[in-house]
Design a protein around this ligand. Structure first.
Ligand code: NAD
Length: 425
């Protein structure tokens, strides 16, 4: 039975926890998951809120609010990024934590799901202030994180440096260097080869798989990418190298378009030089909204949540939607895309390359033995290709769309682990 939902209000539609609940309920219903397991999996296992005093550069004291939500540890330590942003909410962190549980289960790596966030505006904070926020936030979470417990990683506005500060703070409290407490660290401190490119590389791998469904070759494929940051930039670079025609890149201030394909390394150099992708040679500037609706083969949103909603899903003209960002499509938009037969590679599969190489990093840190890039990329490819095939086969077998299939597969794996462990009630 498909759960029918009344048309959501805009606020409701854009609430990520609401979207997570709708998708969870639909997959649980289709799987026939029993009520008890539904109750366990529907709510996060642990939610921590901290209010952290931090001294600003001018001597004033400010109190920042931070969250860490551990959704599930049924399949292994909780795993998930930490974001710094002024609009972080507990609902958003909850949704992102649950998506991490499902993502790790879809690619079958031995982690649960978590996410963290600190409500702050990094654009007005100095490096020193960011370091003090990070260290105090870590200190408050010291009993809740750890290599066997909960392993943070970077997310929006946090980076390798943030991870180095977390690793150092944790290590100081533990009186020994514990590199495996976080992933996405600098290479010199136990980071993995290939981690920086991993999410974009994973997107490229699944896009190549999706193309086969349409009998298309990369060089006859037009790609539109929204967001030219870590995920979108890397995906653009690697896909262009693999022969895809990246016809449009969309950023906050507008888009650049060339129907014959953009020269991505040159576009990166242009942005580094001018601070914007706009006014790039041999390309036309377009307004960013218009660019999202270009006729193309692959649309790869790699910027933020809630880009494709019930208000614009009917204007998307891509054959394949490959979700590099987390939650770019609302639950209400899913139905419209399905009706229009757009082939969706859902976020919990498409962007799982990052957490997969994070898993490799955690393994390497614990082993104290580091792999070369070829080994990392080869193992990543194997996991992404197998996961894509698992999801598509599941979708075909159960007659559901790819997103529902990915959720069903993930829920099934997590529920199975809970049943095997038994419930300590
Ligand atoms: P990022 O900050 O490096 O890049 C995001 C880019 O999107 C920036 O260049 C920003 O200017 C641009 N952007 C923001 N709003 C936009 C808009 N309205 N239109 C067009 N461009 C816009 O972030 P990232 O690490 O690349 O993450 C992007 C998304 O991918 C997020 O949803 C994140 O949660 C998800 N994700 C990231 C990783 C990872 O390994 N970095 C892994 C999985 C999922």
């Amino acid at each position: 039975m498909i759960l029918e939902e009344a048309t959501p209000s805009t606020d409701q539609e854009l609430n990520p926890w609401h979207a997570a609940e709708i998708r969870f309920d639909e997959a649980a219903e289709r799987l026939g998951l029993d009520d008890g397991l539904r109750k366990i999996l529907r709510s996060p296992a642990t939610e921590i809120t901290v209010h952290i005093p931090v001294q600003l550069d001018d001597g004033r004291l400010e109190v920042f609010t931070g969250y860490r939500v551990q959704h599930s540890i049924a399949r292994g330590p909780a795993k998930g990024g930490i974001r710094f942003a002024p609009d972080v909410t507990l609902d958003e962190v909850r949704a992102l934590a649950s998506w991490m549980t499902w993502k790790c289960a879809v690619v079958n790596i031995p982690f649960g799901g978590a996410k963290g966030g600190v409500v702050c505006d990094p654009s007005v904070l100095s490096q020193g202030e960011l370091e003090r926020i990070t260290r105090r936030y870590t200190a408050e979470l010291i009993d809740f994180i750890g290599p066997e417990r909960d392993v943070p990683a970077p997310d929006m506005n946090t980076n390798e440096q943030t991870m180095a500060w977390i690793m150092d703070t944790y290590s100081m409290h533990k009186r020994s260097t514990v590199t495996a407490v976080v992933t996405g660290k600098p290479f010199q401190l136990g980071g993995s080869r290939g981690r920086r490119e991993a999410t974009g590389r994973g997107c490229m791998i699944v896009a190549l798989q999706a193309l086969r469904k349409f009998g298309l070759e990369p060089n006859e494929t037009r790609v539109v990418i929204q967001g030219f940051g870590n995920v979108g930039g890397m995906a653009a670079k690697l896909m262009a190298r693999a022969g895809f025609k990246i016809v449009c890149v969309i950023e906050v201030d507008g888009a650049v378009y060339n129907p014959h394909g953009l020269d991505i390394p040159a576009l990166m150099a242009h942005r580094a030089e001018t601070g914007s992708i706009l006014d790039f040679k041999e390309a036309e500037n377009l307004p960013r909204e218009e660019a999202l609706y270009l006729d193309c083969d692959i649309l790869l949103p790699a910027a933020k949540e809630n880009v494709i909603t019930s208000h614009n899903a009917d204007r998307i003209r891509a054959k394949i939607l490959c979700e590099g960002a987390n939650g770019p499509t609302t639950a209400a938009a899913d139905r419209i895309l399905e009706e229009r037969k757009i082939f969706v590679v859902p976020d919990i599969l498409a962007n799982a390359g990052g957490v997969t190489v994070s898993y490799f990093e955690w393994v390497q840190d614990r082993e104290g033995f580091f792999w070369n890039e070829q080994l990392v990329n080869g193992r990543l490819e194997e996991i992404m290709v197998n996961s894509f095939r698992d999801v598509v086969a599941y979708a075909e077998k159960h007659g559901v769309n790819n997103r529902t299939a990915a959720y069903m597969l993930a829920l099934d794996r997590v529920a199975f682990a809970i049943k095997l462990r038994g419930i300590y009630a």
